[in-house]
Design a protein around this ligand. Structure first.
Ligand code: G6P
Length: 607
């Protein structure tokens, strides 16, 4: 998974392309490259490492051009290296950038090698350049692209330039996001509108099978049958301030501290005085909810943890059972779909390949309907689901998800309430949750005050190589999310366990080398959790406990960090905050590149 961008303009495009790549580094950042048309040749620059390394090369070489393509990479086939970085070229004639995976690359590579093409990389993408070259006749790059893509199996967003045309890009999309940005005397192509936020607010989203020719003053789109088609122009005001760090040191820090506002944005226009408003999931959703007997959640990573938290709420608030599955597993099962099951995907980006594939797979099954909880309105997931609720978190740039997670939780509460409302269940509980949700932004704000106490415990945790996270009930998926955060950005191995399971194995790990982080909110399980923590204490474990009643528990080694008193339904959201802060400061202490941790990417658009 990678980010691609292209530009045809009446001004120099080098800087614009590099700016766009910086905005798409969340899609991958192990190498980057650019190809710029220069009348009689194409200049290609590629660099291992982040986009900054490519930018440094550009400063050194200063190439000028009005037509170009560029790429930031997250390695799938072939290790990160300059040779494997895009753009890939064929015979110094065709240059391409690609996001996706070509599944039939072995057959196609063999065929192309047999016809004499020489490969310079270990990627599956290079063959696209040769295949286009193979089909290139009569100076017609579009036709060559259309013939080449007919042979490709897998997923692709491609942008290509050829030596014979200094004024046009040709692009193609299948199962990987791609759009045209419409400017004045310039047009662009990119994987994400964010990449073009400073250049235009008008976007045309390509559909699967589309190809297009993009020139500075025109563009033309062709469908899968190569027929010229019109696609709507969408106007999107992407706030450019939301893609800068402002006064914060990292995007992750900014996004953690934005959570009172992002939660409030999720709730806006969705709550009445005593209940959730009707049809917030779109017209007709209330009728679907009235018939919903079960929920199947499918998601990946942090979004999966949100589904696991949601399960508790759906059982309690809506009185319906839920199943929660990894998208990458679900799509290869043959699930038995029970009558009245609503299929729900959860995704920040709406482009995660496994989640999208699971949705497409589910569409052919007997689900009541499909619904997505998603942060990106223009995403494939949002467009392909019957019903959508946007989390309204705003752009999330830090690879480790924070505000997207808490807004997903808010959205899940709204969904559980909406289903309960459509089935006339638990009106008093719904009224209580409405009140709790109205207090949520202020309660998140208060929980951010744990920052100072957390900074004090950071050095002790940062020097360890392992950590154990404990929680019970609905707080178990919250500690799973806390452990994931710590792993992702500090590279400390962290494992989450339901505290009652300790005695069945992990207790054997307890000694002074493994910090144990536990969530101890006031609820029906507090006493049981405290007994579990006593077992840890008795074995000399170092405990870092977040809770509301220190008087119940003394700590010999470690610390107790007081949390604000919070109500039952919003408590899992509130207790998420200190775990995000903890991971953040531990990673800062260890000096990792925490907005872009090694080997990861924000949006995983490959299987
Ligand atoms: C990647 C990101 C995670 C994210 C997961 C699912 O692994 O690094 O932060 O939770 O993808 O992404 P989605 O956009 O579907 O929520």
């Amino acid at each position: 998974m990678c980010g691609i961008i292209g530009a045809a303009s009446s001004r120099n495009v080098g800087k614009l392309l590099i700016q766009g790549l910086h905005k798409m580094e969340y899609r991958g950042y192990d190498s980057a490259g650019i190809a710029l048309h220069q009348k009689d040749h194409v200049t290609r620059l590629r660099a291992l490492g982040k986009v900054q390394a490519l930018e440094d090369l550009m400063i050194e070489h200063k190439p000028k051009s009005k037509l170009g393509i560029a790429h930031t990479r997250w390695a799938t086939h072939g290790k990160p290296s300059e040779a494997n970085a895009h753009p890939h070229a064929s015979n110094e004639q065709i240059y391409i950038v690609h996001n996706g995976i070509i599944e039939n690359y072995k057959e196609l590579t063999k065929k192309l090698k047999d016809s004499g093409y020489q490969f310079a990389s270990q990627t599956d993408s290079e063959l696209i350049a040769h295949l286009i070259h193979h089909h290139y006749k009569n100076n017609d790059l579009l036709c060559a692209m259309q013939s080449a893509t007919k042979e490709l199996e897998g997923a692709y967003a491609i942008a290509a330039v050829d030596l014979n045309h200094k004024d046009q890009l040709v692009i193609a999309r299948y199962k990987s996001p791609l759009l045209i940005g419409v400017g004045i005397e310039e047009n662009f192509a990119a994987s994400d509108p964010l990449a073009l936020a400073q250049l235009t607010s008008n976007f045309v989203f390509l559909e699967d099978g589309d190809t297009a020719v993009v020139k500075k003053d025109s563009y033309e789109i062709f469908d899968a049958k190569s027929k010229s088609v019109n696609r709507d122009v969408t106007h999107l005001d992407i706030e450019t301030s939301s893609v800068t760090k402002g006064e914060f040191s990292h995007f992750m820090e900014k996004e953690i501290f934005e959570q009172p506002q992002s939660a409030s944005n999720t709730l806006e226009s969705r709550l009445g005085s005593n209940d959730v408003l009707d049809n917030i999931f779109g017209l007709g959703s209330s009728e679907i909810f009235a018939k919903t007997k079960r929920i199947q959640f499918v998601a990946c990573g942090t979004s999966l943890h949100a589904g696991k938290v949601g399960r508790f709420w759906f059982e309690e608030i809506a009185g319906i059972p839920c199943y929660v599955d990894f998208a990458s597993e679900y799509r290869y099962r043959n699930p038995l779909v029970e009558d009245g099951t609503l299929f729900v995907t959860i995704s920040q980006s709406g482009e995660t390949a496994d989640t999208l594939a699971a949705l497409r797979y589910a569409r052919d099954k007997d689900y009541l309907s499909t619904l997505s909880i998603c942060n990106v309105p223009t995403s494939s997931l949002a467009r392909e689901s019957d019903h959508v609720l946007f989390t309204n978190a705003g752009p999330e740039i830090g690879v480790a998800s924070t505000k997207a997670f808490t807004t997903q939780l808010v959205s899940l509460l709204l969904l559980a309430m909406s289903i309960a409302k459509s089935q006339d269940k638990n009106p008093i509980m719904r009224e209580a949750i409405t009140k709790e949700l109205k207090d949520l932004p202020a309660a998140i704000d208060e929980s951010l005050d744990t920052k100072t106490a957390i900074q004090k415990i950071t050095p002790a945790i940062a020097e360890k190589n392992n950590a154990l996270f404990l929680g019970r009930g609905i707080f178990f998926p919250i500690v799973q999310e806390g452990a994931l955060k710590l792993k992702e950005i500090s590279y400390i191995h962290a494992e989450a366990y339901p505290a009652g399971e300790l005695k069945h194995g992990p207790l054997a790990l307890v000694d002074d080398s493994i910090p144990i982080v536990a969530l101890s909110p006031e609820n029906d399980l507090t006493e049981k959790l405290i007994s579990n923590l006593e077992e840890v204490k008795a074995r000399g474990g170092t405990l870092y406990v977040f809770g509301e009643g220190q008087d119940q528990f003394t700590i010999d080694s470690g610390s107790y960090i007081g949390m604000p008193k919070c109500n039952k339904f919003i408590a899992p959201i509130i207790y998420t905050i200190p775990l995000q802060i903890l991971a953040y400061y531990v990673a800062c202490h260890r000096g990792t590149d925490l907005d872009q941790p090694r080997n990861l990417a924000k949006s995983v658009t490959v299987e």
